[in-house]
Every structure is written in structure tokens, then in C-alpha cells.
Design a binder for this molecule. Structure first.
Ligand SMILES: *Cc1c(COP(=O)(O)O)cnc(C)c1O
Length: 403
């Protein structure tokens, strides 16, 4: 028997030990330029890899990690991801993933009502959820054009390109919101894409436009999970969409790659994007062929926290963003683009000459940078419930105070 395919408790314990930070004294191995001809001892290998893989990684749960839409993940997802890796289920085949398929169906059923949808499936990200939704729009509603604001995520243009649909952007105002009065009059052949939480500024497009085109898709990759929180009404109107995308590896705190595409009429939508195959026991829905049980860590998280536990984390993130926004607004030396709508804080030193200097003085991971109307801004994203508002503001003060 090849023991490498069975659990080695000692090796797994070592992996956890290293994960907990006990690797700083370990020598990193030299990573070879070319594929090695022979293997090496796995314990030595784990020890020597840890300073690379763990030691050099960005820590998304650090007290000043506040720059990106990538959250830290709860440990229950680490444990269940380990199970997933060991089982290697393939949801394409019910025979290899009977439980995992049921689990995905179950959590989709739990989540769709919050968005006014009635079914859907998981994808490895909203890039693919958006592609899947627009594919359904082409098949079911015969759309030829995709219309979105020029602030829509690049995955929308990408999807239109792949699907052979015309991509048209409509302008946004200074804050990045879609300008409604420049919408094309005739939307009978159009998939209108509205963004709930733009990647750049966290803005929510006017969702009351949902239903005014042959197909409305709402890209709620970032802000969708607000529907499960006390901020649900910010996304009012989402229930009139034909499809919705949500990234679970953003505000549902899941490991990558995890997302959902949801449909208001799932039977109709999925009929257009389903293929059979002689060797398949069940039809293949959507873009992916083989795919894994990303639903399992999501199930575990939702069971561990319940809706309330999830909402508490998201609401806490929203509060952090509001506190940071107020702090920056009150400091004479900084300005914010607008009060944060969905946990994204866009700000800069009023003296824009100080931009680069301030950037260099801030701890890594506190801000990312973005360009709005040709001007540079800092962007903070409240995806990390363990961020410490006092440390964040202290770090910013230090960066501004240095002369
Ligand atoms: C992150 C994001 C996407 C892309 O999602 P992935 O899960 O990274 O593929 C699409 N739209 C918006 C608004 C996003 O913020």
C-alpha cells in the first residue's frame, strides 16, 4: 500500500504546528529552478516549505490588514478544506460526491431567498458567476448587448467578449455611480448589469433599474452578503433581477475559490446552460466540468455562526469602515471621496503631493491604490473583522505626522 495516500497524523500535526507560526527558526529549503528528478522526506519538506508558503504570505487577519476584498477565513473552513482535499470529490458525478452535491443544493436553498432568487449553483468566483449569468441571459432572453457602468468589474467586459455580445458602458458620476439618464432607451435585446458594491468605491448602482431590460444581472460579488445583515435594505430591488452573483470568498469569509450564481427562475435559466454527455449520470450545469466541494466549508461556517453570527461579522466590518471614514473626514489633512457605502473607504491626503510619501509610510496591507477620474486615491476595504480601528488610525496619524 502506498502510505502517501493515507492520513499521517504526525505529518498533519506538524503542518498545524507550522501553521500556528512555529516556523521562524526553520531553515527554508532552496526551491529548485527545474522539476526535481527525485523526491524528498516529507517532514523536512514541510519544515522547509513553511518559511516560504507561510512565512512570506500576507496576513489578511492582521490588525492593520485593510486593503483588499480578501478576508481572513475562520478555522472551521481550514478543517473542512482539509477534508475536501483528502476526499477529492467531484460534483460532476453524483457517484463521487453524493453528500457534497446535496450540501451545495442545501446551502443554495438557504441563501437564494435573501436575494429574491429561487436557485443556482456555486462557481469558483464571481468572474465565472457573471459569465454564467450572462450566458443564461444570451440563451434565455436572446440578449445581444451587455450594458454596464464604466465602473463595472472587468469580468463583465470579459464575459461579453467570451460570449460574443456587444459590451457598452455608460458613464458614472464623480463617485462612481451609474448615471441613469444616459441608459439606452431600448433595452429589449440588452442584459443590464448593475453592480452592488463596486470594486473601486463600494458604490451600489440604482437597483430600482432591475427589471427594465430583457435581462438584469446584479453583480453583488462584494456587497451581496449585506442581504443577510441589518444593512439588507441597502440592496433593495435586487429581488427584481434575473440573476445575481456573490463571491463567498469575500464577505462570506470563505477560502478561494468560492462564489454563487443565482437565478430568479432557475429552471428556465439553467435549461439554457446545461449539457448532457454519454458518460454523465446527470446533466452538467454551467461552465465548469469537474469541480470540488466548496459548499462544505461554507456549510460549516453557516452552521457554526448561523445567520446572526455572519451578520455580526459583516456589521462589524461596516462599523470599522464608518469609523475610519469619520476619522479621515475629521482630520484636516485628509479627505474621503464619499462616506463609505459598503465597507469601502476611499481617501487621500488633501495635499496630493503627499500621496506617495504617505503611501510609503503606511504599514503594508493597510491601503491599496485606485484611480478615479484620473486622480489617485487610497482605498481601504473592511473585509477583516480582526482589524483594529485604533491601530489603523494610529498608523495613519504616524504616516501623516512624519515630516
Ligand atoms: C471581486 C469582484 C468580482 C470578481 O469576483 P471574483 O470572485 O474575484 O472572480 C466581480 N465583481 C465585483 C463587483 C467584484 O468586487
Amino acid at each position: 500500500m502506498d502510505k502517501d495516500f493515507t492520513a499521517d497524523p504526525q505529518g498533519l500535526r506538524l503542518a498545524v504546528d507550522l501553521l500556528q507560526g512555529n516556523h521562524s527558526s526553520v531553515e527554508p529549503i532552496d526551491l529548485p529552478e527545474a522539476l526535481p528528478e527525485t523526491g524528498s522526506d516529507v517532514y523536512a519538506l514541510l519544515n522547509g516549505l513553511a518559511p516560504h508558503v507561510l512565512g512570506k504570505a500576507t496576513r489578511l487577519g492582521d490588525a492593520t490588514a485593510f486593503a483588499h476584498m480578501d478576508p481572513p477565513t475562520p478555522w472551521i473552513t481550514w478543517a473542512t478544506t482539509l477534508w475536501n482535499a483528502s476526499l477529492n470529490q467531484n460534483l460532476l458525478h453524483p457517484a463521487t460526491a453524493p453528500v457534497a452535491r446535496d450540501i451545495e443544493e442545501r446551502i443554495v436553498k438557504w441563501l437564494v431567498p435573501f436575494f429574491g432568487m429561487n436557485g443556482g449553483h456555486m462557481t469558483p468566483g464571481s468572474t465565472l458567476a457573471n459569465l454564467t449569468a450572462l450566458w443564461a441571459a444570451r440563451e434565455c432572453a436572446g440578449v445581444q448587448d451587455v450594458v454596464a457602468s464604466d465602473n463595472a468589474h472587468l469580468s463583465i467586459a470579459k464575459a461579453a467578449h467570451i460570449l460574443g455580445l456587444n459590451f457598452k458602458t455608460i458613464p458614472t458620476d464623480r463617485y462612481g455611480a451609474l448615471v441613469t439618464d444616459v441608459l439606452p432607451e431600448n433595452l429589449r435585446r440588452t442584459a443590464l448589469v448593475l453592480t452592488a458594491g463596486t470594486t473601486g468605491t463600494g458604490l451600489i448602482d440604482p437597483l430600482h433599474l432591475a427589471g427594465k431590460a430583457a435581462w438584469t444581472h446584479i453583480d453583488a460579488a462584494w456587497a451581496g452578503p449585506l442581504r443577510l445583515s441589518s444593512h439588507a435594505s441597502r440592496l433593495a430591488g435586487i429581488e427584481n433581477a434575473d440573476s445575481v452573483a456573490v463571491s463567498a470568498h469575500k464577505w462570506l469569509f470563505q477560502p478561494k475559490e468560492s462564489a454563487l450564481v443565482m437565478f430568479r427562475d432557475v429552471d428556465k435559466a439553467q435549461a439554457g446552460i446545461t449539457f448532457g454527455g454519454n458518460y454523465l449520470a446527470v446533466p452538467n450545469v454551467g461552465v465548469l466540468g469537474s469541480h470540488g466541494a466548496t459548499a462544505v466549508p461554507l456549510l460549516a461556517t453557516l452552521l457554526a455562526w448561523g445567520r446572526q453570527g455572519l451578520a455580526t461579522r459583516i456589521e462589524h466590518c461596516m462599523t470599522l469602515a464608518e469609523q475610519l471614514g469619520e476619522f479621515l473626514q475629521n482630520d484636516m489633512r485628509t479627505e474621503i471621496l464619499l462616506p463609505p457605502q459598503t465597507g469601502v473607504v476611499v481617501w487621500r491626503p488633501k495635499d496630493t503631493q503627499q500621496f506617495d510619501l504617505t503611501l510609503r509610510r503606511l504599514p503594508p496591507g493597510l491601503v491599496s491604490t485606485t484611480r478615479i477620474a484620473e486622480e489617485r486615491w487610497f482605498r481601504c476595504v473592511a473585509a477583516n473583522p480582526n482589524a483594529d480601528i485604533h491601530l489603523l488610525t494610529h498608523s495613519i496619524l504616524q504616516a501623516l505626522d512624519q515630516k
